[in-house]
Design a binder for this molecule. Structure first.
Ligand SMILES: [Mn+2]
Length: 433
């Protein structure tokens, strides 16, 4: 009894670019390989689509791939029970081939009452969708229960999981599937998970989590916690260059064994960071091109597709130089036939700018609300402009934010009035002089 665990295909990502087929190639390979390996069940860990309302072209290609498990027509598992899931939502079609069980991810989440694309796939009988419920299958190796919670906003994750409070099914192999950041496993540094590994409910045999785009393994309550990572490269981080793309194959044979199956279709990806100090634009032009040429000399795993190259620039420019003088698009164009080149210059700053960037970073670290950040920026800019504090900017801003324009105007009039009066009082004296 084998189960394939696939995460974050992000179908349709990079549409309209040279990479538009990648997400389909890689998800297609993952499904096909799973079926060739003889899996009896496929679990999808969310973000099947890159957007909550995919375009028709994306739908067509997604449906073709997801009809493969059904088309094999072989089914060794039988759905024997559901927990918190209405049987009417499950199409009999979904149980004719190799069943696919899916949760939806943050990219697919929609307002309550609206149909998300994973629910649409369920309506077509291509999969069974889970959100705070569970399915129990009878398999040749005993019962397997799949419990799933689709993505909820990160700040509610802990509460949502404890409110659902899933309990392992007795005499079954229990799997729990999530699509959240968990503890140190986060999608990006900007995310602040509320869920920790210890918050996962105990008693499950296998914990699975999507959302994290690079493969990772950990444990929860002494049992494996697997993050397959996305089948598509979406972030172009260093870790994505160092970690192969693929999916997990779990084999139940009394106990669970698992292994990672690598995909062959992903493009090669080379990543480098370059740190400069007072670099001139001509020198930058030379060094970046040299680095790209060096990266392109790396051994290739997938010669069928142009490799991805990302060079991230850090540090400072020469005094007289401006970042806009460095044309990263021209560089990408020069290497068009050899690779898909992305040069990120956001973290390369002119010396004068450095201070400003540092200030913005500190603001970000203080984690203030958007309102408060705007206020501090406004005050800082006014101070730089030599503003003499005639108006209490904070009060005015507060009134405007609350939509009390009339009160704000009154405030301005009062100040102007008192200024005028003060001026008038001085005038006779001036005239007398
Ligand atoms: Mn994702």
């Amino acid at each position: 009894m084998k189960i394939a665990i696939i995460a974050d295909p992000h179908l349709g990502t990079k549409w309209g670019t040279p990479r538009e087929h990648d997400s389909f190639d890689q998800f297609g390979e993952a499904i096909e390989k799973s079926l060739d390996l003889g899996v009896s069940l496929i679990i999808l860990l969310g973000d099947i689509f890159d957007t909550r309302i995919p375009r028709q072209e994306v739908w067509a290609r997604a449906l073709r791939i997801l009809s493969m498990p059904l088309a094999r027509g072989k089914n060794e598992v039988k759905l024997v029970d559901t927990v918190g899931k209405d049987r009417d939502e499950i199409s009999p079609l979904a149980l004719r081939g190799t069943p696919v069980v899916a949760i939806h991810g943050n990219h697919e989440r929609r307002t309550r009452g609206l149909t998300n694309p994973v629910e649409a796939l369920e309506a077509a009988g291509l999969l069974i969708h889970l959100h705070q419920n569970a399915l129990v299958f009878e398999t040749p190796k005993g019962r397997v229960a799949v419990h799933g919670m689709s993505n909820v906003p990160e700040q509610h994750a802990r509460k949502a999981l404890s409110a659902w409070n899933p309990k392992p099914i007795e005499n079954a192999f229990n799997i729990l599937a999530l699509h959240q950041s968990v503890g140190k496993f986060v999608y990006s540094d900007e995310e602040h998970p509320t869920l920790d590994v210890e918050d996962l409910p105990p008693g499950f045999d296998l914990y699975l989590c999507g959302h994290i785009h690079y493969r990772s393994e950990s444990t929860a309550h002494g049992k494996p916690l697997l993050f397959p990572g996305g089948t598509e490269r979406t972030q172009l981080l260093q870790v994505e260059a160092e970690t192969p793309k693929g999916f997990y194959l779990v084999e139940l044979d009394g106990r669970a064994r698992y292994r990672f199956v690598e995909l062959n279709t992903p493009r090669d990806f080379y990543y480098a960071e370059m740190k400069f100090s007072g670099v001139s634009i001509p020198e930058l032009n030379r060094a970046v091109r040299e680095k790209i040429r060096e990266l392109l000399r790396n051994p290739r795993k997938n010669p069928k597709k142009l490799p991805l190259v990302r060079v991230r620039l850090l540090g400072t420019l020469a005094k007289e130089a401006s970042r806009s003088e460095f044309d990263e698009r021209a560089v990408a164009q020069e290497f068009e036939g050899e690779g898909l080149v992305v040069v990120s210059k956001r973290d390369l700053v002119a010396p004068g700018l450095e201070e400003k960037v540092q200030f913005l970073r500190e603001l970000k670290e203080r984690r203030m609300s958007v309102d408060e950040t705007a206020m501090v920026l406004l005050e800082e800019n006014l101070r730089e402009a030599g503003y003499t504090q005639i108006f209490d900017v904070r009060t005015l801003y507060g009134l405007l934010v609350e939509g009390r324009e009339n009160d704000a105007l009154r405030n301005v009039f009062d100040v102007v009035e008192s200024l005028v009066n003060a001026e008038l009082r001085r005038m006779p004296h001036d005239n007398a002089r």
